[in-house]
Design a protein around this ligand. Structure first.
Ligand SMILES: [Zn+2]
Length: 275
């Protein structure tokens, strides 16, 4: 796991430890709560400390789709893209459930004290369960986040493979929430599990960072028609890098061929020698 990723998680964890008393979401159905605005120390103002994806309208919502499952079922280690990049959801693998009547917006928040109750569905085989447990072990070894077996907690994640695609919501959405890891494609690499769990923890994609155009060039000419949404930049006022610089090696960074229509690169580094 790259050092900067560890650093980012460390910052995130430190923040969790000090800030959970006031990070519970207020009642506002228009916004998604991910984390507070660490950089501006604006930690008491819940309204300012949100990720607002309302501008994505209906594109921000999804339900599992067969075409994603078909693509992932054909995924192999030699495929150009990672399985988590094959979904037809927001940025490939972020699922915002259709919970509200207008179907436009939703909210999430952080996990209290950095503790994430979880269940691994019995439908995974032993090897697949081992891959998930190794990913969880990485979090326990490298961060202060703790995945604990679900008991009676109201909010928890269920890791399952009964739907198509690799996907998760971003952050805690309240109650039971699913992290889907279609098998075997989404549990072939520990990195895919780490990636989806990071969404569930509350992180977006690295290449969505506000300053990403300083680091990579998006080759829109090579992007599948309709997939441009996957390269949208997050609004600076609503996202937080926790003081950690752009990380080409982040497990949250898409690969160079993500959403390519022609097997040519869609993401190219601006810095020489970077892969
Ligand atoms: Zn993702």
């Amino acid at each position: 796991m790259p050092g900067t990723f560890r650093m980012a998680l460390l910052f995130f964890c430190v923040f969790l430890l000090f800030d959970f008393s006031n990070s519970l979401p207020v009642e506002d159905a228009d916004i998604i709560y991910l984390w507070d605005d660490y950089a501006s120390n604006n930690i008491d103002d819940d309204i300012d400390n949100v990720i607002d994806i309302s501008d994505l309208d209906s594109q921000a919502y999804g339900s599992p789709k067969n075409e994603s499952g078909d693509a992932i079922s054909e995924w192999t280690e030699t495929s150009l893209m990672n399985p988590e990049e094959m979904g037809s959801y927001l940025e490939g693998d972020i699922l915002i459930p259709n919970l509200s009547r207008n179907g436009m917006r939703d909210k999430t928040s952080r996990w209290s004290k950095g503790i994430i109750p979880y269940v691994i569905d019995s439908s995974f085989n032993q090897d697949q369960r081992d891959t998930i447990r190794k990913a969880i072990a990485d979090y326990h070894r490298l961060t202060c986040l703790r995945f604990v077996p679900h008991q009676k907690e109201a909010d928890y994640i269920i890791i399952k493979n009964t739907k198509t695609g690799c996907w998760s919501s971003v952050g805690r959405i309240g109650g039971r929430q699913e992290v889907n890891l279609q098998s075997p494609g989404c549990v072939s690499k520990k990195g895919t599990v780490l990636h989806e769990l990071l969404h569930a923890i509350g992180f977006m994609h690295e290449q969505s960072r506000p300053e990403r155009d300083d680091y990579v060039t998006i080759q829109y000419n090579n992007v599948k028609p309709g997939a441009e949404i996957n390269f949208k930049i997050s609004d600076k006022k609503n996202t937080n890098d926790f003081g950690i610089g752009y990380d080409y090696n982040s497990v949250m960074h898409y690969s160079e061929f993500a959403f390519s229509k022609n097997s040519k690169r869609t993401i190219e580094p601006k810095v020489r020698g970077i892969k």
